[in-house]
Design a binder for this molecule. Sequence first.
Ligand SMILES: [Zn+2]
Length: 263
Amino acid sequence: MIYTCYEMVRDCRAGLPEGWIHFISHYVPVCRQTLAHYAPEKAGDAALLDHILLAVRQPESFIFQATEPPEERWFVAQLRQFIVAALAAPAAEIPLDLETLTAALAPLTMTEKQATWFETMRYPPALAGPMLRVSPETVERVRHRAAELIRGKVDSWRRTLLAENGPALGREAAAGGGGADCLPTKAFLDVVDGRTTWRGREMMDRHLASCWHCVDHFCRILEVVHLLRGSQPLSEAESQPYRELLGVAARKRTGWKRMIGGA
Ligand SMILES: [Zn+2]
């Protein structure tokens, strides 16, 4: 029988251990990957991961406040936002805001904007290309053009400007938007799953041309697909320290399993 993400969220909210046990085995690896990507300098910091997991367990965390029916990719997108928000990113030396970015990148298409936005999310062309289903060389070329366009609009510029401003731009994009024309998670999942019509896609292109909120949202959904593709659940032994951390009762174990698992 398949235990869905929907059931997991329901059980976590009800305080049932099954929910948290599933969360630990399936989503601690995603937490680790997200931390390794957004805070590589803290990748070995076990206390940081513990802190994040304890925060997810709090009643005010996103897991208790779903506004859309929890589908796995929606859930991981929320988890990613939660983790990134928990990382105290330093302010960029040369600030860049969305208004400037909008003015600079007006000539770019939707996919070109996404290729550029993935730079704020620290994904190199070799990773961003496959997520956008274009070649890494295309991403490289678009980024070069975007860099020149931005350079023409700012007083001081450097190669790492987009990456350095990533956390602030991501916050600004996520906070803004949400207007009547903004698209729900499902619309982006439909594109990923090939369920979208040409008309739907055209409307999306038009909207994303002027909405960073949705460009960011779409990129984060593509990121989630990428994160889940490379993710392996934890074994029972690997889960054990996190079960203890979250105070989730372990399943009854037989003697030999205890010996192996406790190693
Ligand atoms: Zn929008």
